[in-house]
Write a protein that binds this ligand. Sequence first.
Ligand code: HEC
Length: 203
Amino acid sequence: MRNRVTRTLSGAVLIAAVSVGLAGCDVGLPAGRAPHREGNRLDMIDQPKPKPQRGDLFGRRATGGFEPPVGAVAIDEQPYRFTQAEAAQAGAELINPLPDTTDVVAHGRFVWDNVCITCHGPVGAGDGHLTSLFPKPPSLMTQKVRDWPDGELFHRPMRGQGSMPSHARQIDARDAWSVVRYIRHLQAEQPVAPPPPTPGVTQ
Ligand code: HEC
């Protein structure tokens, strides 16, 4: 009899201890739940701090992620100096700094196969998978694009054109110059495409 009372008592004490323990712990609470309890310095999970997917502490930014200040330039980065309308100027002034080597072309192909192919298709004919959702790009095998200097071809993905947005956030200058080399190889292999049927889509 005495034993049973003791067991019941210790059971109750255990349950009480576990409940008290759990009450002080925030593990497993859903994201964005109730505010931080001021003063509880031991509560490392529930403390004010920016989190990538949440509003920041002072409500100034949409998320806790830090965007670089406007105009910030990465170390060793040269900002691209031509505006979207200056394609011809870019063509006249820029020279492809990358040689036409196997490595460069292979990197260009990597960029093409991961970025451009979705719209421009496997060999630049303008038949990528996304063309059922987005405007169909003209072929990059036309005489017009073949005649562009490398700098003008480089300029389009850097600054965007018409319905194609700039890709400068996805690819850097090395990627873009490599992809120009790869497009030149495609042009050497593919037949010349006729000009696009809808004049005015491109310039
Ligand atoms: C989201 C789809 C999409 C992606 C991805 C894309 N493009 Fe385009 N691109 C287009 C469209 C659409 C046009 C035609 C834009 C216009 O003139 O309105 C175009 C036009 C161009 C032109 C000009 C062609 C001409 O005859 O005027 C070049 C060059 C070009 N893209 C290169 C690239 C390269 C290089 C990449 C990859 C780094 C790329 N594009 C990625 C959709 C895309």
